[in-house]
Ligand binder design. Sequence first.
Ligand code: ASP
Ligand code: CP
Length: 325
Amino acid sequence: MASSPVKNTYPHRHILGIEGLFPQEIAYVLEKSEEYVAQNRRADKKINLLYGCTIINLFFEDSTRTRTSFELAAKRLSADVINMSINNSSINKGETLIDTAATLNAMHPDILVVRAGLSGAVQLLADKVNCSVINAGDGGHEHPTQAFLDALTIQRRKGKLQGLKIAICGDILHSRVARSNIYLLITMGAQVRLVAPKTLIPAGAENLGVKVFHTMEQGLEDCDIVMMLRLQTERMEGNFFPSIREYFHFFGLDYKKLSVAKADALIMHPGPANRGVEIDSEVADDFSRSVIREQVEMGVAVRMACLDILSNNLKTEREMHPNEA
Ligand code: ASP
Ligand code: CP
C-alpha cells in the first residue's frame, strides 16, 4: 500500500471540475500524482491499494487518452475496472443517461468515471448516485483531470506554476480543456493569456482573470508555455473562421510564431492534435520543446492519484456513516 507523506487536503467525494477548488486542494492532487510518476517508471508498477474496489468507465464521447489512462490507472492500483461501451449499451434502446447511471449505481461501484457530450451532465449524474464520480470531460464545460496533468507537466519542467506566462491558443470557445486550465492556472498564480480569433473567444473571458490577444505574435511574446488546442468542430454550429488554410496561416503554431516566446518555452497540446491545422507537424514532433508525450505519461499518474484520493475519502465517509452506503 502506498502511504502518502502529505496530508489529505482534498475533502470531496467527487472530482467534477476545477472551478472553486482551493490552491491547497490542487497542490495536494499534484503532490499525490508525483508519487505515482515514480511508481509508473518502475518495472513493478502494480500495487494493491484499490483491491476490491470497482470502477466503471462510462464514456458517451470518443476518447483515446482519457479512457485508456483511467483503465490503466485502475489496473495499476488493482481495482476491478469495467469499460462500458456505449455503442452496445441500452442507451441505444432509449435509456437515458441518468437511468443508465442509476442502473450501474445499483451494482455498487465505488467510482464512476464519466465523459458526456453535454455540459453539466456529469454533475447531474453525480447527484443521483451514491458512489464517487470523476468528470472525464462534459461538453464544453470542464475536463479537470486534463488540467491536473497539464499542471503536473508544467510544474515538473519549470519547477513552479506561480508567475509563469502561459498562452492557451486556439478554439477556447468550445474547449473544456481551456476552461479547466484557466481555473487551475489562475488559482495557482500563473499569468494566463488566451490567443484566438474573436469568434473563438467566449464572451466575458477577461472576467476570468486572463488577458485576451487576437494575434499569435502578441499573445506568445515572452511566454513560458504555449498550449495549443484543437478546433472542436463537433461542437461548432456555424462558421467560426474562413478556412483551415487561413486559420493555420494566422493561428497555427509554427517556428516563426514560436520565435517570440521565451527560448525555453514548452509546447503543449492535450491531444488529439490536428497537424497542419492548429500545429505544424515539425513543431509538434520537436521533443526538445514539445512535451505532448510527457502530458500523456502524467495523465496516468494523475488519474491514479484521483482514484486513490476519492477511494480513500469514500472509505472514510462509509466508516463514519455505515448505514448510508
Ligand atoms: N481530448 C480533449 C477533450 O476531450 C481535447 C480535444 O478533444 O481536443 O476535451
Ligand atoms: N486529451 C484528451 O482528453 O484526449 P482524449 O479525448 O483522447 O481522451
